[in-house]
Design a protein around this ligand. Structure first.
Ligand code: NAD
Ligand code: TDX
Length: 368
């Protein structure tokens, strides 16, 4: 067991952050966590429901509040930051890029400034700033290109990926210029519990349950490299424990799939779940599966996302050899668990699909 320590997790009430907090608290009884989260539309206190309040302090605040971050680092003697907080949805970055610059660029810089002030004053203290980033910073791959390695050129194509790229560069610069001990992980598409239902997998899953159209952007042949969120979180822990300061590690599932295949697997899972459990037809009577019809019938091709990256794929060999990283879930086990989680947690998703959610969905799909 490790020495008692407290870590700061930014964005810990979001999808990946909340899964990370739960995994860390379960893995190490000696660790406490301070979560700093602004509770934007994507952040939700219920994502942390049931975690031990003695070991997880929730602070409702903004990463751009540098003085607040400095105070938290000092008051809780924090020596590790794991930085998830971000605006994370590509479609929203197309309709409203400003928030992406504010949070992803200025917010990351605010955290770096606070860490520098508190950790590097005088002779300094041992510390680690871990930055959670994305494969999207590398741009889009052609069908025969090798997967993204850590030394790939940055070629971000959306305001989201450009803002994440800028934050990656700031993290790197604080290491080289000020000797802040940083690590960065660039991960592929995650899925799993607590994912906000604007992202592909939960959106399609819930539309199947409600009998709503399944909106496929473009020809549906864009490829993503899918990873269960628990495996991403394990990779981050490995980077914290074994990663070398200043280094970047790409994390992925070696699990490339075109979007149409993802949707096909979701519709087949929902059809099978209804066939196996007659109570689902009563709970979700507007689903085609309630009448024994295939959810695939809901597929609807819509206007493509502007600047839509064609293919992402991660080369995880550096994380494998230096960190010992290996995913535990296959796509089959991970997707089955995810479908089961959404079926079992209707209260959660009904609560997050509030008025602002409905407004966004209507706006996004009405304009296609
Ligand atoms: P999310 O949108 O579900 O959660 C983001 C969280 O950050 C929310 O809780 C939100 O309230 C909080 N937040 C936003 N602005 C804030 C601010 N100014 N101050 C404090 N908190 C703020 O995002 P996610 O999918 O969990 O992604 C987490 C991180 O992982 C992001 O940095 C994202 O770029 C990165 N990432 C995501 C994926 C993916 O597939 N979802 C893949 C690779 C990397
Ligand atoms: O309704 C949809 N229809 C559709 O065809 C939605 C929401 C998406 N798509 C397509 C677009 C993408 O090709 O599905 C693919 C996945 O889309 P998203 O879930 O929006 O994810 P993506 O744009 O790939 O970005 C995600 O992975 C990298 C996360 O949102 C980012 O935060 C992460 O950095």
């Amino acid at each position: 067991m490790s020495d008692p320590r407290t870590i700061l997790v930014t964005g810990g009430a979001g999808f990946i952050g909340a899964n990370f907090v739960r995994q860390r608290l379960a893995a190490d009884a000696n660790e406490s966590i301070v979560v700093l989260d602004a509770l934007t539309y994507a952040g939700n206190r219920t994502n942390l429901a049931g975690v031990d309040p003695e070991r997880c302090i929730f602070v409702h605040g903004d990463i751009r509040d540098t003085a607040l971050v400095e105070r938290l680092l000092r008051e809780h003697a924090i020596r590790t930051i794991v930085h998830f907080a971000a605006e994370s949805h590509v479609d929203r970055s197309i309709t409203g890029p400003d928030a992406f610059i504010d949070t992803n660029v200025n917010g990351t810089h605010s955290l770096l400034k606070a860490a520098r002030t508190v950790w590097l004053a005088g002779t300094g203290v041992p510390h680690r700033f871990h930055h959670v980033s994305t494969d999207e910073v590398y741009g889009s791959l052609g069908p025969n290109d090798p997967p993204f390695a850590e030394n790939n050129q940055y070629q971000p194509n959306s305001p989201y990926s450009a803002s994440k790229a800028a934050s990656d560069h700031l993290v790197r610069a604080y290491h080289h210029t000020f000797h802040l001990e940083v690590t960065t992980t660039n991960c592929s598409n995650n899925y799993g519990p607590f994912q906000f239902p604007e992202k592909l997998i939960p959106l399609m899953l819930l539309h199947c349950l409600h009998g709503k159209p399944l909106p496929i952007y473009g020809d549906g042949m864009n490829v993503r490299d899918w990873l269960h969120v628990d495996d991403h979180c394990r990779g981050i822990t490995l980077a914290l424990d074994k990663g070398r300061p200043g280094e970047v590690y790409n994390i992925g599932g070696e699990n490339e799939r075109p979007n149409l295949e993802i949707v096909q697997r979701i519709t087949a899972s929902i059809d099978a779940a209804f066939a196996a459990d007659p109570s689902l037809a009563a709970r979700f009577p507007t689903s085609p599966a309630a009448n024994g019809n295939p959810c695939w019938s809901l597929v609807t091709y819509v206007k493509d996302r502007p600047g839509h990256d064609r293919r992402y794929a991660i080369d995880p060999r550096k994380a494998q050899s230096e960190l010992g990283y290996r995913p535990h879930e296959t796509f089959e086990t991970g997707l089955a668990k995810t479908v089961a989680w959404y079926l079992a947690n209707e209260r959660w998703w009904r609560a997050v699909m509030d008025g602002s959610y409905r407004q966004w969905i209507e706006h996004n799909y009405a304009t296609r």
